[in-house]
Write a protein that binds this ligand. Structure first.
Ligand code: F6R
Ligand code: ZN
Length: 185
């Protein structure tokens, strides 16, 4: 294994060289939004828009890997585009999110049910402690691009968030991103 410099484009999320990527479209994120009827309509009329793309850089045998998440701007009935959100399978492993461009909200929730919000603005490096669920939300009108760094063994546990959602939701109220209690939690 040799050291390497990896070029990250903070406006597009491109990683050179990247070693893998995936894209999430609106139709794949149905369960996480409040208004699923409106989501179905958007998928129909807007041709299933991309909500986010993840590109990673991973080297066999390393304890760390990193990558970018690039989120498109958008809303479903006022609820901003967001990631699925997850706990890590390994409860002793946290993560770092370093925002490159755009504006977002990082919604965090501990196992005990405490909620925290960290604004994702360019230059903000968010510390995600072990065993806090995390979901990123693009509240701006441009792409939200952030770099994440994580342990390769951390793993993802999507189950709890998919089942109950998170305690808070982030919606557009009179042109302002607003954090509200999730009525379905
Ligand atoms: C990895 C991590 C990020 C997210 C990505 C997509 O632990 O937190 O790379 O995986 O931002 O979010 P999810 O995985 O919640 O759909
Ligand atoms: Zn994570």
């Amino acid at each position: 294994m040799l050291p390497e410099g990896v070029l990250i484009n903070g406006l597009t999320g491109e990683v050179s060289p990247g070693t893998g990527k995936y894209t999430k479209r609106l139709s794949e994120l149905r369960e996480i939004f409040q208004d699923q009827t409106e989501l179905d309509r958007l998928v129909e009329v807007e041709g299933d828009p991309v909500v986010y793309e993840v590109i990673e850089y991973r080297k066999e045998g390393s304890d760390l890997f990193f990558g970018t998440t690039t989120m498109e701007p958008g809303k479903v009935s006022g609820e901003f585009f967001m990631t699925r959100g997850h706990f890590h399978q390994r409860r002793d492993m946290g993560e770092v999110y370093y925002t490159q461009s755009g504006h977002g909200v990082l919604l965090l929730e501990s196992r005990k049910g405490e909620t925290k919000v960290v604004r994702m603005d360019p230059g903000v490096c968010a510390f995600i402690p072990p065993d806090w669920a995390h979901r990123s939300i693009n509240v701006g009108s441009e792409k939200l691009v952030f770099v994440w760094v994580c342990n390769v063994d951390a793993g993802h546990d999507y189950g709890d968030i998919l089942k109950h959602g998170m305690r808070k939701i982030v919606v557009d109220r009179d042109g302002k991103d607003t954090i509200m209690n999730n009525p379905h939690y």
